[in-house]
Design a protein around this ligand. Structure first.
Ligand SMILES: Nc1ncnc2c1ncn2[C@@H]1O[C@H](COP(=O)(O)OP(=O)(O)OP(=O)(O)O)[C@@H](O)[C@H]1O
Ligand SMILES: [Mg+2]
Length: 243
């Protein structure tokens, strides 16, 4: 579903942020991306749905090349759900309207169909009764679940997450991870930047470890947690697991 092939990216002529990144995410697969701060995880995931350009290599989603000038990027992006650390809901719109906006404007769905779909998804993330509230009236965990529901309302072919729980208070993390675990178990194709290794152990098929812009490790989950091949990944893992 997602093919990343020999991607190099420079933020400036002297700063290469990604070096020869190659990996893939098959349909229905869940791939967790981890690694130290500044290693290029967010940059890589942003390249996948063309929020960031890259200079070398290829990325394709469902066979459509992201870096082909002929590709209709808004259309492609509408098919790939993206959930960030900060929920980025529209503060002036009620929860249900947050869920309807792109369905109507981008997919051209009729308002009543968009509302029905939105309410179904709010129910699924356990927030049906909050439909008429504004984002500021919800907790961080609830807002993040709304952000996930909003992405799902577009019937995405894959979902990208960038540290969706790292801005949340500890007691809210699990409510968001539970939604993500359900999604993974239902067969959603997911690429997830996270340091929640409990989540990775539960549902990841593979774990990618990045360091200084390189994919240092790309291993089946059991191999990764069993014993990462590289020293760098071993050190990283022992640090985050000791917390
Ligand atoms: N827009 C930008 N312009 C220039 N440099 C950037 C830009 N965005 C990120 N960088 C730099 O690129 C490197 C990789 O950043 P990136 O955000 O991808 O790392 P990350 O692995 O997601 O880190 P974190 O775990 O802190 O989120 C960092 O050195 C960062 O400072
Ligand atoms: Mg990041």
């Amino acid at each position: 579903m997602i093919e990343i092939s020999h991607v190099d990216k420079w933020y400036s002529p002297t700063f290469q942020v990604l070096t020869d990144c190659t990996t893939s995410v098959a349909k229905g697969e869940v791939v967790v991306v981890c690694g130290p701060s500044g290693s290029g995880k967010s940059t890589l995931i942003k390249c996948v749905n063309a929020l960031e350009p890259f200079q070398k290599g290829d990325i394709s989603i469902d066979g459509i090349k992201v870096n082909d000038p002929k590709t209709d990027l808004p259309k492609l992006r509408s098919r790939v759900g993206m959930v960030f650390q900060h929920f980025e809901l529209f503060p002036h719109l009620k929860i249900i309207d947050n869920l309807c906006l792109a369905q109507e404007k981008v997919l051209g769905r009729a308002h009543d169909k968009a509302v029905t779909k939105g309410m179904q998804l709010l129910e699924r993330v356990g927030l049906k009764e909050h439909a008429q509230k504004f984002p500021a009236q919800l907790s961080g965990g609830q807002q993040q679940r709304v952000a996930i529901a909003r992405a799902l309302a577009m019937d995405p072919i894959a979902m990208l997450f960038d540290e969706p729980t790292s801005a949340l208070d500890p007691e809210m993390i699990s409510e968001v991870l539970d939604v993500m675990v359900d999604l993974a178990r239902e067969g959603m194709t997911m690429m997830v930047v996270t340091h929640e290794m409990g989540f990775a152990r539960k549902v990841a098929n593979r774990v990618i470890f990045m360091d200084r812009g390189e994919i240092v490790e790309d291993a089946a989950k059991d191999d990764f947690f069993g014993k990462p091949r590289s020293d760098r990944a071993q050190k990283f893992l022992s640090k985050i697991l000791s917390h």
